[in-house]
Ligand binder design. Sequence first.
Ligand SMILES: C[S@@+](CC[C@H](N)C(=O)[O-])C[C@H]1O[C@@H](n2cnc3c(N)ncnc32)[C@H](O)[C@@H]1O
Length: 246
Amino acid sequence: MSNHFFFKIHRDLLREGPGNNESTRRAYRMLSEVPKHPHILDVGCGPGAQTIELAKLSAGTITAVDTHEPFLDELNRRAQTAGVSEQVTAQKASMFSLPFAAGSFDLIWSEGAIYIMGFEHGLRTWRPLLKPHGSIVVSELTWLRAAPPVEIAEFWTENYPGMQDVDGNLALIEQAGFEVVGHFILPEAGWWEYYQPLEERIAVLREQYKDNEEKLAHLAVAQQEIDLYRLYSAYYGYVFYVMQAK
Ligand SMILES: C[S@@+](CC[C@H](N)C(=O)[O-])C[C@H]1O[C@@H](n2cnc3c(N)ncnc32)[C@H](O)[C@@H]1O
């Protein structure tokens, strides 16, 4: 899909992945050793729903990185509106090669984005950026039940072959040198904060591009993911993992 059409589907959405402010708050409050004014890195921030919430929660400073510049522009606008722009620095950078010195951050946060590197690779790559005993919070797509039906098993095997169950991810966290502080499942309402406006956008674009086969095919793929969640949400979900470096 062209970058332009991708952004046409995703422009101005509240968030770019499942999540909600309640869960951002819940995860933040599980952390016990964050300083009063922490320096936080938000990786794959998108338009920054969680960045703004972190700014309000933490009284810290947040460096928010993403590779898609229009999302960073949107984050800057939202930070301004929310009155937290002094706390937020939006920076174009890739999670694969983050341009920060070792030991820079008290906390690394990433909602719905570590899958891009793979869970274990992401944790191991980002860990050196933490100060001693710093923390990481990520939300990650996770199998919630064994033996998922073939249709959904095949869909995620194709789209995210590295997807684990909760125990699998907890083991990877320990192996990467962290202690698990806690974990919880994002409520289904958090999925619909993302999917509902996306589904409305898809319907509008389907009408607009009704004679364009290529674009309709892209829209069908986006709609399929939503339809599958409606059918099989009991089998997978986003799980927040809260961890501290040993
Ligand atoms: C599923 S979205 C989640 C965005 C945001 N955290 C949220 O929950 O709304 C994943 C984000 O990762 C960004 N991204 C993709 N590749 C990246 C990379 N190599 N480095 C940093 N961000 C990347 C995308 O532009 C997108 O904003």
